[in-house]
Ligand binder design. Structure first.
Ligand SMILES: Cc1cc2nc3c(=O)[nH]c(=O)nc-3n(C[C@H](O)[C@H](O)[C@H](O)COP(=O)(O)OP(=O)(O)OC[C@H]3O[C@@H](n4cnc5c(N)ncnc54)[C@H](O)[C@@H]3O)c2cc1C
Length: 364
């Protein structure tokens, strides 16, 4: 057996893990299913709508891989390909989840990698009608960037924008801001069927489009991990230290450490990749490993002057929501959520002023 470590998946978690192992002097094979240098995935939306170039979004320059990290452009499909490695870290991320819509599903675009982004980019033109299914962070950023590119955009969201995390008052302000950008919102509408020329809604109306983007969440890529013996349930279940077998670790979007909720976020993936590699080194040297703790992450979106920021506990009917701005600025609302008179959550729309100080107060 070689002394090499294999990292499967070169996204944010994989690159972070590779950096730790490289610094420790270990040889690394970093496998990527993509043709490009590993890149900053959130910038794909800007790439899709012509506001960033694919070759300008790399996480690290080519020189980072030249010494100590063997970047291999190949999809790992079976555990056999990994059997000779001293250690393995799985960081294959997630893939878009598309609900089982009826109708012409071949028309649906998803946006998860550079190829997806370039396919969309090839079809956009000013005045074209884009429908985005899903009013989460990625759906709304796509809608805004498409509107900036001159498309006429409709967002269909069956529940509430951003999964309801903004609550009714803040959602209303965000909705007005989005509508002022020319975006049509169909909140509470559900997709009955994908027709050749649009979306048939549950109430029978047809929302016509030239381009259709589905932004309805993602699921961790778990098949290889399961073939290696890990259990999967909405992600690969790992031990608290991110291991699932001796010298076998998982990190990033696909990993679900005991008790934790899977979340797709760059900061989480990067921190997990780092910890998985540190723990692999610790195990190799007979030192104790460190358990993963979920970081408290804000949920936010900022596209030019359109922004919202949330943090902490923003769900639950028993929370007391108090507005702290004076209501004098159009498109701005700042509310604090209290539980038993203690601040537990933040909802800011149209500004981030003061957000950091409140965040600290909640964490204290
Ligand atoms: C359009 C978009 C916008 C986003 N915006 C934000 C944002 O603003 N903020 C934020 O925090 N998060 C955002 N996210 C989520 C964030 O990008 C992910 O949480 C993050 O990329 C997860 O990192 P990861 O390393 O786990 O996986 P990924 O970055 O998905 O990387 C996994 C890599 O593994 C490769 N792979 C899979 N299987 C194999 C295999 N068998 N062999 C070899 N390679 C394989 C994949 O092709 C992929 O390149 C966004 C995601 C998308 C798609």
């Amino acid at each position: 057996m070689s002394d090499k470590v294999a990292i499967v998946g070169a996204g944010h978690a994989g690159v972070a893990a590779a950096a730790v192992l490289k610094a420790a002097g270990l040889a690394v094979d970093l496998f990527t299913a993509e043709d490009t240098l590993p890149y900053f995935r959130p910038r794909l939306i800007a790439v899709a709508f012509g506001q960033a170039e694919p070759d300008a979004i790399a996480i690290k320059p080519a020189s980072f891989y030249a010494d100590g990290i063997n970047l291999i452009h190949r999809t790992v499909t079976s555990p056999d390909e990994l059997k000779d490695y001293a250690g393995v870290i799985l960081t294959q991320g997630s893939v878009p989840f598309v609900p089982p819509f009826e109708g012409d599903r071949a028309r649906l675009h998803t946006l998860w990698n550079v190829q997806d982004a370039m396919r969309i980019r090839a079809e956009i033109r000013p005045g074209a009608r884009l429908t985005v299914i899903g009013g989460g962070v990625l759906g709304l950023e796509s809608a805004l960037r498409a509107a900036m590119a001159g498309l006429k955009v409709t967002v269909i969201e069956s529940f509430a924008l951003v999964g309801g995390v903004l609550g009714p008052a803040c959602s209303k302000v965000l909705e007005k801001t989005l509508e002022a950008k020319g975006i049509t919102l169909r909140v509470g509408a559900c997709v009955a069927k994908i027709e050749a020329n649009g979306i048939r809604l549950g109430d029978g109306t047809l929302v016509e489009d030239d381009l259709l983007l589905c932004s309805t969440g993602a699921r961790g890529v778990t098949a290889l991990g399961e073939a290696l013996g890990a259990k999967a349930d909405c992600g690969l279940l790992t031990n608290p230290d991110l291991s699932f077998a001796p010298m076998r670790y998982a990190a990033g979007d696909l990993a679900r450490p005991t008790e934790a909720r899977p979340v797709c976020a760059v900061r989480r993936a990067t921190a997990m990749g780092t910890l998985a590699a540190q723990n692999l080194l610790a195990e190799r040297e007979g030192r104790p490993t460190t358990p993963w703790t979920d970081p408290a992450l804000p949920l936010f979106m900022k596209v030019e002057d359109t922004e919202f920021h949330t943090f902490g506990c923003c769900r639950g009917d028993s929370l007391d929501e108090r507005r702290i701005d004076d209501g004098s600025k159009d498109g701005v609302i700042q509310t604090i959520l209290y539980s038993a008179n203690h601040p537990v959550g933040l909802r800011f729309v149209g500004t981030r002023d003061g957000f950091g100080a409140w965040e600290k107060q909640i964490l204290a």
